[in-house]
Design a protein. Structure first.
Length: 195
């Protein structure tokens, strides 16, 4: 989803593997923001330009349209204010790429229904008391949030448990049931400045 040579900000970049891949394979001019000092250290050791920062607090400091893409991979559900983080991403970047785990996947639903306990799956691998996830959403919830914010989803891909795209053309309810996670490419139309 990222065009070669683009300017990219990876928010919550972790150990920098995605940013490194984009630098090496797509020749992006990449920057990263990571909360953990160990993640920042791992990124710097890979030669990446990464600062320590918090998506909830520090995105406000970035100027409008500073990047072609702002990426948030498997992190939105761990932020305190997901909508505000997404609004900043759409302001800072011309496009945003967001990947989220799906709490509406059939395995999650089955574990909750039949075991009566909070689910633990391959993509949601933490116990309820140890999880960094503080906002549980389904793929349908994310679509509703994007619509509510006036964002346009340019592309969406649901992934199976192995990270492979679902190859079927499915209605949203089935996509929400079968995708363990999804990746969204979105943008919001810029308003012309008032005279």
């Amino acid at each position: 989803m990222v065009e070669p040579g683009s300017r990219v900000l990876d928010v919550g970049c972790g150990d920098g593997e995605l940013l490194k891949l984009l630098r090496d394979a797509r020749a992006v001019d990449g920057r990263g923001v990571e909360l953990s000092q160990s993640g920042v250290n791992q990124c710097v050791a890979k030669g990446l330009s990464v600062i320590q920062g918090d998506a909830d607090a520090d995105l406000v400091d970035y100027p409008d349209d500073a990047f072609d893409y702002v990426i948030l991979s498997q992190t939105l559900q761990a932020t305190r204010r997901p909508r505000l983080v997404l609004e900043h991403m759409l302001r800072i970047g011309k496009r945003a790429i967001v990947s989220v785990p799906n709490f509406g996947h059939w395995r999650v639903r089955a574990q909750l229904a039949f075991k009566g306990r909070m689910p633990v799956t391959q993509s949601l691998s933490y116990s309820w008391y140890d999880t960094p996830n503080i906002h549980f959403c389904t793929l349908a919830d994310f679509l509703a949030l994007a619509r509510e914010m006036g964002a346009t989803i340019d592309r969406r891909v649901a992934l199976d448990r192995h990270g492979n795209p679902l190859q079927l053309a499915l209605p949203t309810w089935a996509w929400n049931l079968l995708g363990e996670q999804a990746v969204f490419l979105l943008h919001r139309e810029r308003r012309a400045p008032a005279d």
